[in-house]
Design a protein around this ligand. Structure first.
Ligand SMILES: [Zn+2]
Length: 470
């Protein structure tokens, strides 16, 4: 059998793997490439062959760089099941509908600007999203489930976002032929973040050896700032801004980062160290995700459970206001006094945060808090890199707002946690071969150098369409 890498090879986005055995063809993740025009092109050109002929798809988690191209399967005539954890299955419609809307809006804008000759159509439409949603099937965490002839998967909590999983995949070419075991790390969360449980080791429960381990390497070159320091820095920024009646703009992924930020802003307000100020969650998607945190308390950590037992849900803070409609969002332009706006997208490459940045970046009484990964080519990356001016919707906007980058709120494990994860898996299941993906080349090379003495091998760093025989 053969495992091929069709995305996130030397880059962070576009995750996609294909396993082909003598009797089944399975895809693991089908994510969107995110960034600029080049990445957009890759969404159209770097696609596995024969999308129609897959028996099943399984996804690690609901981030768009892991599920964002599933609707292409609808267009190609795929009619098999798409397996996901319970919470991921709840998140997929929210995430994909939003992505289709953003793409349709981008395509319409492109058409106005470039004309019909040069304009690029949307990668897929809302209709294609609706066609793919009925294909989603729920698999329970922790138990082995057969998803295609001779192919079983077990999902294990990876501590990265609500419902996120590492996958243990077992496949046999035929009855009586030996099973091969592959571990997909998915995205690995950091240890010690609030709300979600820490990552669990996905080593097979029955002690069988792993043939191939495929591991993410997003932050393979460095550790994040310690969480405690980051929280203290956030405290100081928020206190200074709110005492000065300034506006805080916080681009954040709707699911995960937004909730962590709400959680910490709640703590700051409750501590009494800042004046009380409204926190606007300006994202219908993030609001829906808040509800899913309440529905999936089984995924929350011990501290969250202790709070729930005591009668309060960790994300219920009195200052929180929901902005559901675009009108409510626009009205925030006229609001005065100290306030915080949390809006998507997390990398500032779309969504309502763009409007807030357009109205706020040129102002000295605005502070921007960047608290997540910013892919190359995104507006968020330009801000992190200290751009003095940026282009938004064709206008040049000078950057006078203070831009802060907070390293410690990442939903991704830093280098030390990645090495911990790999060491645990190595000790429990000594994978025969290791592959690093989902990281820029520098990051995965440096992680590979750090792992080599522990694993007794230098992990492979596949390029697009490279494959591994098992
Ligand atoms: Zn992710």
């Amino acid at each position: 059998m053969r495992l091929s890498v069709y995305g996130a090879a030397g880059e962070v986005t576009g995750s996609c793997y294909v396993l082909e055995t003598a009797r089944a063809r399975v895809m693991i993740d089908f994510g969107l490439h995110q960034g600029g025009r080049e990445e957009d092109e890759h969404n159209r050109t770097r696609v596995p062959p024969d999308l129609r002929r897959f028996d099943a798809v399984v996804v690690t988690h609901a981030h768009i760089d892991h599920i964002g191209r599933l609707p292409l399967l609808a267009g190609a005539g795929f009619s098999g099941p798409i397996y996901a954890s319970d919470a991921t299955a709840d998140l997929i419609p929210i995430m994909l509908r939003d992505t289709a809307r953003l793409q349709e809006a981008d395509a319409a804008r492109d058409l106005r600007r470039q004309g019909p000759e040069k304009a690029r159509p949307a990668l897929y439409t809302s209709d294609e999203v609706e066609k793919i949603l009925p294909r989603v099937r729920r698999v329970p965490m922790q138990s082995l489930t057969e998803i295609a002839p001779g192919v079983k998967v077990r999902l294990v909590d990876s501590g990265h976002m609500l419902g996120s999983a590492s996958i243990e995949l077992r496949a046999a070419d035929g009855p009586g032929t030996p099973e091969r075991v592959i571990i997909f790390s998915g995205d690995i969360g950091p240890w010690g973040m609030p709300l979600l449980r820490d990552p669990r080791c996905p080593a097979p429960a029955d002690g069988v050896k792993v043939d191939l381990a495929i591991m993410e390497s997003t932050y393979g070159d460095r550790d994040h700032r310690p969480l405690g320091e980051t929280v203290e820095e956030a405290n100081n920024i928020v206190r200074e801004a709110t005492w000065d009646k300034q506006r805080l703009l916080i681009p954040a992924f709707a699911v995960g980062r937004s909730q962590v930020i709400v959680y910490y802003l709640g703590l700051i307000i409750q501590s009494g160290r800042a004046p009380r100020f409204p926190v606007y969650l300006d994202s219908p998607m993030a609001i829906e995700a808040m509800e899913l945190y309440k529905r999936h308390t089984e995924l929350l950590d011990a501290d969250a459970h202790a709070q729930i037992q005591a009668g309060t849900f960790p994300l219920d803070i009195p200052e929180l206001r929901y902005c559901r409609s675009a009108e409510e969002s626009k009205r925030l332009n006229d609001a005065s006094g100290a306030l915080a706006i949390i809006a998507g997208s997390g990398m500032c490459n779309g969504g309502r945060i763009i409007h807030h940045l357009r109205h706020g970046l040129w102002r000295k009484d605005v502070q921007v808090i960047i608290a997540g990964y910013q892919a190359a080519g995104t507006l968020g990356r330009q801000l992190v890199d200290g751009a003095k001016e940026v282009r938004i919707f064709g206008d040049t906007i000078p950057v006078r707002a203070k831009v802060h980058t907070l390293g410690g709120f990442s939903a991704h494990a830093g280098r030390t946690d990645l090495i911990r994860w790999a060491t645990d898996l190595h000790k429990a299941a000594s994978p025969r071969q290791w592959i690093l993906t989902h990281g820029e080349d520098r990051q995965r090379r440096l992680l590979g150098e750090g792992l080599a003495p522990i694993l007794g091998q230098t992990p492979a760093m596949p390029a697009f369409a490279d494959h591994f025989e098992l």
